[in-house]
Design a binder for this molecule. Sequence first.
Ligand SMILES: Cc1cc2nc3c(=O)[nH]c(=O)nc-3n(C[C@H](O)[C@H](O)[C@H](O)COP(=O)(O)OP(=O)(O)OC[C@H]3O[C@@H](n4cnc5c(N)ncnc54)[C@H](O)[C@@H]3O)c2cc1C
Length: 394
Amino acid sequence: MADLETFRAETRAWLEKNCPPSQRVPAEEFEDTCWGGTKWKFVNQEQKDWLDVMAERGWTAPEWPSEYGGGGLSREEAKILTQEMARIGARAPLFSMGLSMIGPALLKYGTEEQKRQHIPNIVAGKIWWCQGYSEPNYGSDLAGLQTRAEDKGDHFIINGQKVWTSYANLADWMFCLVRTDPDAAKHAGISLVLFDMNQPGVTVKPIRLISGKSPFCETFLDNVRADKNQLVGEINRGWEIASYLLTHEREMIGNMGQSTAITKGLHEQAVAQVGLDNGVLADTGLRSDITRWTMDDMAFQLTAERIGDETKAGQGTGAASSMLKYAGTENNKRRHELLLGIYGTQALAWEGEAFKGGQMASQWLRTKGNTIEGGTSEIQLNIISKRILGLGEK
Ligand SMILES: Cc1cc2nc3c(=O)[nH]c(=O)nc-3n(C[C@H](O)[C@H](O)[C@H](O)COP(=O)(O)OP(=O)(O)OC[C@H]3O[C@@H](n4cnc5c(N)ncnc54)[C@H](O)[C@@H]3O)c2cc1C
């Protein structure tokens, strides 16, 4: 305990000294949180400095092994770091699919060579990774995927199409599910390979979304090369790794939306809009909705912390990630719907100065995507009923 208190004091002092002022205010725009990679444009020098100092300590990936550039912290120390960052309102220095998806999979299933090549770059935010899982007709039914990889000795040649590939237009590398044995049973002939997006044969076409932005793409793969040393795990055994990676993705998506500036202080925002009556929020319907949501949110935070504490370091949360994903994203949707309740039609402003150019409306619409990406809410409920509650498998 004394060691942890010393760690807390040192961390607090270090953060005070090293976290720049502009990185201590909640992120409002996508660009406010760094995603790293060769195409990333830092919004200011402080964003870059913050990434660099945190990455130097491995604190972009606090619990990853220090031999690959991670922070090497215990779970207790990592929690203290999170608490101390929250105390000063520090933003995450880096957010990426490297940190939350392919990194954990490589640490568990990757070769020593793969870990040495990729993990330090993920920690330092040098490479932007994208996820090549979904295909036209194969989203929920992912194991039906048709993109083929042919064995050419020291490399694979890949042909097919991926869809809904978030940020493929900005990514440097893809982790990609491919079919390596077309004759095997559906789940059995799949492999996970890594390749450089910057090569002939990779064509990326952005898709415009309901929120007005185009963060995801159709990705066409025509004779794309992946070296054999970029096969993760065994050939045709990729489904197990893909599923493990998904548990990390689901956990990450479940936690999204906790720190957006726009939803901070829902009760205070409601008071400012509708006023008080006898010391309580004047609108009784809104009052009970906010109270119910706040209680559900607190229960979610406590459950997430408990599941995290019960999880062996670096092993992921297994099927419980589906609970976190389902509850976290459904709560997040309700959180944004409450804002609509508070501001009424004003919250639907789409552009102009009011409500920062339509952020409230576009973020509300984006929360609907949270309940689809990484597996829809219905798919999470299927997993919870089968794997956690043991229903339906007689
Ligand atoms: C914002 C966003 C980002 C994304 N980013 C990526 C990415 O980077 N990389 C990537 O590979 N993919 C990405 N996706 C794709 C995502 O994983 C798929 O959209 C998702 O898995 C659902 O697949 P689908 O769109 O094909 O819908 P479908 O599978 O066609 O589902 C349609 C509807 O049917 C329901 N349904 C389907 N099967 C069942 C079942 N067995 N039981 C009950 N209901 C069922 C679904 O719940 C859904 O409501 C992203 C999606 C979104 C929205």
